[in-house]
Design a binder for this molecule. Structure first.
Ligand SMILES: Nc1nc2c(ncn2[C@@H]2O[C@H](COP(=O)(O)OP(=O)(O)OP(=O)(O)O)[C@@H](O)[C@H]2O)c(=O)[nH]1
Length: 394
């Protein structure tokens, strides 16, 4: 009997406003998965080139591939332009990332992506869309939208945050989980109540300062938010919401229950839509190809009729065909840190501790490039053997 095939891992894309707690959350879910019996370590991708410290060990880290400070310097950019350009450069190599992820698909249950601190750099950039679509086309994918709960207790802020979440949901069309973070500071019950009952939200709105003008009439903003709460009511039906504390670990199990439930949603609604879009694109491409071929043949016919002697000389000689230049960039850019231990030479050290017991540790060395080192994009341009041709932005 055939062994049951392993389910594909689920990719979790964490998105959230700056400071909402994305990195702390990724660290928390990472340690939760490590603490399971048996442990199920995830495969983690850090996509934030500007972060100085990540509280988890990423398997693939954008900072190993693109030097954000150099990008800023080389292209004369500010911090946000630098992050965006670094992400764009990284995205040109994302096929390598995908193949590394696919290689690990047999051994991991979750693939986690931590995104840049400036939310719009990921959610409103071409690279963010390419990365999201690329991941979602190979793995069941869910978006975890991290919310800073203590900062969203005011009805207007809550609504702005929900509108942003709504825009991401409609852009990605992926299963979506609202993660109310920092519940150790502020429980998220108020948010669940507002999402469940728009009248409760409208009541909160009415009681909030600035709801009425000098004549006691509802302000324009208040009326607008009242109407929007009705619109958002429909949006809330398509979401799962959980409260977590990345600090204490509270609610993390609920989060994973929501993630596992999203697999079905991905398979039932996203995947058929993806297949339909692919089929439509293939059909359009095939039609365009057939049309071009038909026009080419018609042109050739015409040409040969006009110039029969030229047509005789016009023969394809395969021997004269020059070998196509290999423009493959190789595998040098994207680094799987976990593969580091599979590459190097190991030195073993035996040590005696104060109790007189012996133990050993080992260090990996070798001539191969160290997988944590920076590949400087400026250097990458100059060295021909690296074969990298970073596109200039704009
Ligand atoms: N009390 C509390 N603080 C938290 C929690 N999660 C994160 N924080 C704090 O919130 C701050 C921001 O957390 P980060 O994880 O750096 O947030 P981020 O969204 O990754 O930040 P950027 O990448 O800079 O946008 C840090 O001071 C964290 O310690 C939580 O659940 N409870």
């Amino acid at each position: 009997m055939d062994a049951p095939t392993k389910k594909k891992p689920i990719a979790i894309i964490t998105i959230g406003m700056a400071g909402a707690g994305k990195s702390t959350f990724v660290q928390r879910i990472n340690s939760y998965l490590h603490s399971q019996d048996p442990p199920t370590p995830p495969y983690i991708l850090n996509l934030d080139p500007a972060v100085t410290h990540v509280p988890f060990e990423a398997n693939i880290d954008i900072r190993d591939t693109v030097n954000y400070a150099e990008v800023m310097k080389q292209y004369n950019l500010g911090p946000n332009g630098g992050i965006l350009t670094a992400l764009n450069l990284f995205t040109t190599k994302f096929d390598q990332v995908l193949s590394l992820v696919e290689k690990r698909a047999e051994t991991v249950d979750y693939v986690i992506l931590d995104t840049p601190g400036q939310i719009e750099i990921f959610t409103w950039s071409a690279s963010g869309a390419i990365i999201t679509d690329a991941v979602a086309s190979v793995l069941p994918t869910v978006v975890a939208y991290i919310i800073d709960t203590p900062r969203t207790t005011a009805p207007a802020t809550f609504m702005s945050n929900m509108l942003y979440a709504c825009s991401i949901l409609y852009k990605t069309k992926l299963p979506f989980i609202l993660v109310f973070n920092k519940t150790d500071v502020q429980p998220h019950d108020f948010a669940l109540e507002w999402m469940d009952d728009f009248e409760a939200f409208q009541a909160a709105l009415a009681s909030h300062a600035g709801a009425t003008d000098a004549e006691g009439e509802p302000t324009y903003m208040n009326s607008l938010m009242n109407s929007m709460s009705l619109v958002l009511d429909e949006f809330y039906r398509h979401l799962k919401a959980v409260g977590v504390s990345s600090m204490t670990g509270d609610g993390i199990k609920d989060f994973f229950d929501a993630v596992d439930a999203s697999r079905d949603e991905y398979e039932k609604s996203y995947l058929p839509e993806l297949d339909r879009a692919r089929a439509a694109r293939d059909a359009t491409l095939a039609a365009a190809k057939a049309d071009s071929m038909q026009r080419l043949m018609a042109d050739l016919e015409l040409d040969r009729a006009k110039n029969p002697s030229g047509a005789l000389a016009d023969r394809w000689d395969p021997a004269a065909e020059e070998e196509e230049e290999d423009d493959d960039d190789g595998d040098i850019n994207i680094i799987d840190r976990s593969a580091y231990f599979e590459l190097g030479t190991f030195l073993f050290f035996f040590v005696r501790d104060p109790d007189g017991d012996f133990f050993f540790f080992c260090v990996c060395v070798g001539e191969e490039p160290w997988p944590g080192q920076y590949i400087d994009v400026t250097r990458a341009r100059r060295r021909e053997d690296e074969g990298i041709n970073w596109p200039k932005p704009g």
